[in-house]
Design a protein around this ligand. Structure first.
Ligand SMILES: Cc1cc2nc3c(=O)[nH]c(=O)nc-3n(C[C@H](O)[C@H](O)[C@H](O)COP(=O)(O)OP(=O)(O)OC[C@H]3O[C@@H](n4cnc5c(N)ncnc54)[C@H](O)[C@@H]3O)c2cc1C
Length: 269
């Protein structure tokens, strides 16, 4: 076992991938994750060729995940009455060696955690833990966790997402604070045969006079399609957002907003 010990804050896709990449080089790591278990929260995300190359050539899970999601190369742009306006490449097998992949975030985490089982002597994940204090020295770093325990490592890597505490430690007062941009995203799922899609090649961004709607298959056969729109509402507390969604008011609001938007409105029934 290598003598180096790397501390990683956050067990999301980045933190877990780094732990595996280090283990493959016989380097030990400890990952701190604030959640007590792996989360199944969240929907599908897009992995571009640069991410897929790492998951293939460095981590080695590409063959396990590629058939769990929808492989595609282009996102097409249309007016909602079927006129093609353009398109943008997200992946390109010829140019980059990989397409893009739309896949559930939870499926990526599951595959990474399965892979981590093979490196149990090199990777420790401390679920339900967070760092309270970071002390750097000439030889390494010592972190104090919220339960009072201390752990030493050579370096600490911040992989703790948008509200990163590690970033706050490094940048102090200069650390950027995420702010609400005034728009939130909401979406749902439909089956391909529920709506007349013959004018559209998916994935696609449809521009209606009420706003843009993203249509994204997320299963390998392309039959399950997620739709997503952005809508403007005032900022809410964390609990307020949960209530807005769970009460059904959020969906009601977008139904009203898109009521006269032709077949786009059918998505929200
Ligand atoms: C629960 C969740 C659901 C998401 N769903 C979607 C989605 O549906 N669509 C989409 O496009 N993007 C989604 N994202 C964002 C997208 O997954 C990330 O931008 C992308 O995965 C970046 O990966 P990452 O590992 O850098 O960070 P993240 O995926 O954000 O992972 C950061 C990890 O650090 C942990 N963490 C946070 N703070 C601390 C702390 N103080 N101490 C210890 N651990 C901490 C978090 O719990 C998380 O496990 C989601 C992110 C999260 C966290």
């Amino acid at each position: 076992m290598g003598s180096q010990h790397i501390l990683i804050n956050g067990a999301g896709p980045a933190g877990l991938s780094l732990a595996i990449a280090l283990a493959k080089r016989n380097i030990r790591s400890t990952v701190f994750e604030i959640r007590s278990t792996p989360t199944t929260m969240g929907g599908a995300i897009n992995l571009a060729p640069n991410a897929l190359r790492v998951l293939d050539q460095t981590i080695g899970i590409y063959d396990q995940i590629r058939h769990l999601g929808f492989e595609y190369e282009y996102i097409e742009f249309y007016s909602d009455d079927g006129w093609r306006l353009g398109g943008v490449a997200n992946g390109d097998r010829q140019a980059y060696g990989y397409p893009a992949l739309r896949i559930y975030r939870a499926a990526i985490l599951e595959a990474l955690l399965k892979c981590i089982n093979d490196y149990s002597t090199l990777i420790t994940i401390r679920w339900g833990s967070s760092i309270n204090k970071i002390a750097e020295s000439d030889t390494g770093v010592e972190v104090t966790l919220h339960d009072g325990s201390t752990i030493n490592g050579d370096i600490l890597v911040g992989a703790d997402g948008i509200h990163s505490k590690t970033r706050e430690y490094v940048l102090g007062d200069r650390a950027p604070t995420p702010i609400y941009g005034g728009q939130y995203g909401i979406g749902g799922c439909v089956e391909r045969n529920e709506i007349d899609w013959q004018n559209f090649t998916l994935p696609a961004l449809l521009f209606s006079h009420r706003g843009a709607v993203l249509l994204f298959p997320f299963t390998p056969d392309g039959n399950n399609i997620g739709w997503a729109i952005q809508s403007t509402v005032p900022e809410k507390t964390r609990e307020g957002w949960i209530e807005y969604l769970n009460s059904g008011v959020a969906l009601e609001d977008v139904r009203k907003q898109y009521a006269d938007a032709g077949q786009v409105s059918l998505l929200m029934i």
